[in-house]
Design a protein around this ligand. Sequence first.
Ligand code: HEM
Length: 217
Amino acid sequence: MAVSGLVMVGYLLLHMYGNLKVFSGKAAFDEYAHHLRVFGEPMLPENGLLWIVRVALLLAIVVHFHAATRLWARNKRASGAQGGKRYHSNKGRTGIQRSYASFTMRWGGVIILVFIVYHLLHLTANIIAPGGASDSPYQRVVNGFEIWWVTVWYTIALLAVGFHLWHGIWSALTTLGANRSSTRKASKLTPLAWIIAGAITIGFLLPPWAILLGLTG
Ligand code: HEM
């Protein structure tokens, strides 16, 4: 769960950074999208890098989903099939990693999955094209986010991503042995998880809101 999650966090950081090219204008953004397709040529075929990333992400999602269902079943068995005992501790209700984020991991994950399907149909395949279809990736982005409900829907999904990452990053690093504290508040990983989750969420939200508010020119 931890390793597949961190693979996806790495992708999100790069994807969020790439999206900020929207602020450099249409030519720069479309050139960047084209570059992703011819990256590594002639060693790689056209779209080669894109397919390597797609396969890696698909594997990460399958592993992550499989691990989530296995953990869910083990948790249920361990709590005597009662459920609702996540992060339960006699030492105090807030002692362990109990937070809004930790309690919404499963539903957050479902929202993110639905969002990814919508997002691929929208900005990759251009099958759902609010505001109009276009061959230009930049134009697809602008056409979509000029519509308020598209930006609001992306905002809801991105908040779900942010919460998921807040707890997920802490959890993954703890699983991998980086944690030195048993409580959330005292753990140095807590601010680190907040910073990475916050940077990804805000970075992703900048282009849609700038477009909706007409700040991209
Ligand atoms: C407002 C936020 C976002 C914007 C503006 C955005 C923009 C885009 C664009 C323009 C593409 C198509 C790239 C191209 O065809 O050249 C794309 C693809 C993609 N995005 Fe996003 N994205 C956002 C958030 C996210 C999030 C949060 C995730 C994951 C949870 C994500 C995952 C993906 C994936 C997996 C692809 C497909 C890459 C491929 O196989 O072609 N995106 N995104």
